[in-house]
Ligand binder design. Structure first.
Ligand code: NAD
Ligand code: 89V
Length: 352
């Protein structure tokens, strides 16, 4: 991608003024060199509340009208998944760079079409896959890169909670798919980020909560290209003495030692024969953030900063549409494996 001339202030619009969008809008306000100049939501009340809260005067009920009326450097799509393909394709037709919330697409076919149309239009496309941008996950990646534990051979990325996510996001209770598509997608992406691409996967799922439609527990075993075996486990049915939402815990075993990201954002690095190294990797609590969401909220700021840097440098963002298709493929393979009684799935697309 050729480096573009950097405008002094990048002008963006946000589509989808729902539950999560306030985090995007606060984070954009905190960042330098960017301004959200317009908002769009089909729901007039949500649009009006967001416009008043963030002092944004240009508002649209229709994305088509937004693109026709506003000269934009980028659009930030924070709607739920069923609208993503149409909105990304609309942005591409108007030659507007695009951020799209996760889950990127309802099907791999839709995702591939979205990547293809942005490529053809020559516009950057990033999936808002923010969990890898959480401060504690970045700290784990840094500990791996520092080489304390030698070659990793095993890992576990774990998210277990009984937090009520349904009150803020009621649609999560009604979909045929739940935890893998909504939360597992983040945890699988972290496993890719830490251990590399996946060759084979097997998964099991189940629903424990009788009041929701989809699965709320999922366990995956994956074999990564560099011979790391990983376990990804997710649950919204796990009642703990100390609720951990939204902490992801990580265990990594290497030839020379171990890395553990434990509860309370404490990182421990133990190298054979050496004293353990302990690091506090608690995320900052921004003025606009609230516990326990502050870890996720800080990661929104981090990924949006990364987007601006990628635009400035004319390079692909880490979680480009093309990159995120690989995470989406693992989610699809996990559903397929679980549906067939935990059969092992070759990520080339074949059942083994
Ligand atoms: P929401 O339902 O509360 O809000 C979505 C908004 O988009 C609604 O106000 C709706 O009216 C609007 N909308 C939908 N289609 C539209 C269209 N075509 N044109 C204009 N407006 C449209 O949803 P939410 O909970 O804010 O979630 C939005 C997305 O963010 C989801 O994909 C969800 O998975 C994701 N999410 C991500 C994180 C994260 O940490 N990355 C956290 C929570 C939610
Ligand atoms: O991050 C998300 O996508 C959210 C939650 C953390 C609740 O799963 O939906």
């Amino acid at each position: 991608m050729a480096a573009r001339q950097t405008p002094s202030i990048r002008k963006g619009a946000l589509i989808g003024c729902g539950f999560f969008s306030v985090n995007h809008l606060h984070a954009w306000q905190q960042l330098q060199g960017v301004e959200i100049v317009a908002l769009c939501d089909a729901d007039a009340e949500r649009l009006a509340v967001a416009a008043a809260t963030f002092g944004i005067t240009q508002t649209y009920r229709s994305a088509q009208e937004l693109f026709e009326a506003q000269p934009l450097d980028f659009v930030d799509i924070a709607t739920t998944v069923s609208s993503h393909r149409a909105l990304v394709e609309m942005a591409a037709r108007h030659r507007v760079a695009c951020i799209c919330q996760k889950p990127f697409a309802e099907t791999l076919e839709d995702g591939a079409a979205m990547v293809a149309c942005c490529k053809e239009a020559g516009v950057p496309l990033m999936v808002h896959e923010n969990f890898r941008w959480q401060a504690p996950i970045q700290a784990v990646r840094a500990a791996l890169d520092e080489g304390h534990i030698g070659e990793p051979f095993w890992g576990r990325v774990s998210f277990r909670s009984a937090f009520d996510v349904f009150s803020g996001q009621p649609y999560l209770a009604t979909g045929e798919r739940f935890i893998l598509q909504d939360l597992g997608i983040h945890i699988i992406d972290i496993a890719r980020y830490l251990f590399g691409e996946v060759d084979t996967l097997s998964a099991s799922t189940r629903r424990v909560n009788p009041d929701i439609r989809g699965e709320d527990v999922a366990t995956l075993m994956m074999r990564h290209a560099h011979a790391v075996t990983s376990i990804v486990d997710c649950s919204y049915a796990t009642v703990l003495e100390h609720e951990l939402f939204p902490q992801t815990l990580v265990e990594i075993d290497g030839a020379d030692g171990t890395i553990r990201l434990g509860a309370g954002y404490e990182l421990t690095i133990k190298r054979r024969g050496a004293d353990p190294i302990r690091r506090d990797c608690a995320p900052p609590l921004h003025a606009w953030a609230q516990r326990p969401w502050h870890n996720i909220q800080d990661s929104v700021l981090n990924i949006q900063r990364h987007w601006l840097q990628a635009l400035d440098e004319g390079r692909d963002p880490q979680t480009s549409g093309a990159d995120n298709l690989r995470t989406l493929q693992l989610v699809e393979a996990a559903y397929a494996s679980a549906a067939r009684g935990q059969v092992t799935w070759d990520i080339g697309g074949q059942r083994l």
